[in-house]
Design a protein around this ligand. Sequence first.
Ligand code: KG4
Ligand code: ZN
Length: 331
Amino acid sequence: MNPLLLAIETSCDETAVAVLRGRVLLASEVASQGAAHQPYGGVVPEVAARHHLRHAPRLLARATRDADISLGQVAAFAATSGPGLASSLMIGASLAKGLALGFDKPYLAINHLEGHLLSPFFGSEAGIEPNVALIVSGGHTMLVEVSGVADYRVIGRTVDDAAGEAFDKVAKMLGFAYPGGPEIERCAQGGDPARFDLPRSMLHSGDANFSFSGLKTAVRYLLPKISPDDQRDLCASFQRAVVDVLVAKTIAAARAARCRLVTVSGGVSCNGELRARMSLGCEQAGLELRFAAPLLCTDNAAMIAFAALLRLERGASTPLTTEIDPNLALV
Ligand code: KG4
Ligand code: ZN
């Protein structure tokens, strides 16, 4: 069965539409709103919703054109139904429901976190192997024991800021553009990661939880004491502190779960330092490692389409009466 699937993602500040035929990606359109939120240093829900309204129909037209399909050929329509910003979620979900209703095809409501979680397996025919998954994004930092599709156990999460949020907040303190993760990574290049001794909170907490707000505060106190020439070292030291905790806790969780495969997904998994140090750590620990492809790390609709396909293959569909849920839990 190679159904044609169309998915829409509008959970936060990326408007995205993707078309999948079976496991083959035919089109993936993403419109980022970074510039629109730039003056505010973070995502403004009202601004995000207006952008989704403006861009979603345009991306829908472009995706079907790139995929060389008509909407009437689509076998099922999917959308992210949570977690995320209510006004943003509503736009993508309403559009997908309207299409499902108009073309009399199934609708699939997909959890954004499940989209990230399954993205390291994107396109794979082999199925979802059991793994310990690190989801690390602007809104979430969590460790999940994955036994198969729809079979998840959350084993840890951040108790305050998400790792991406810490990147964004520190970037804002430094006057960098939003989103701050890529800016910090760029600034850290060639910097000395051992120059500033920053906290690795909860590294030895004995559980799989994270905390990044203390690190952010430590940077805030340090900033007035350093010169602009020290920025490179500060970014390198901050990035190393985040990565050290993510790597150590992920490996410890995999060992505790007696799982030999680690997966990493979400926006922060674009980070080169995280990729390099997680690879090294897993190799030393005798663990296999799978990252989401770079284009699938930040928010996109291809990952939502893939999660929808795996759900559809299990016979799932969602009633049109199902509402979006800004606080939707993974399990
Ligand atoms: O997955 P995503 O697009 O959205 C959420 O679901 O939150 O993740 C966005 C987050 C932002 O916080 C952004 O700063 C971070 O991912 N990010 C990075 C990098 N690229 C994106 N963080 C560190 N290094 C990067 N290269
Ligand atoms: Zn995301």
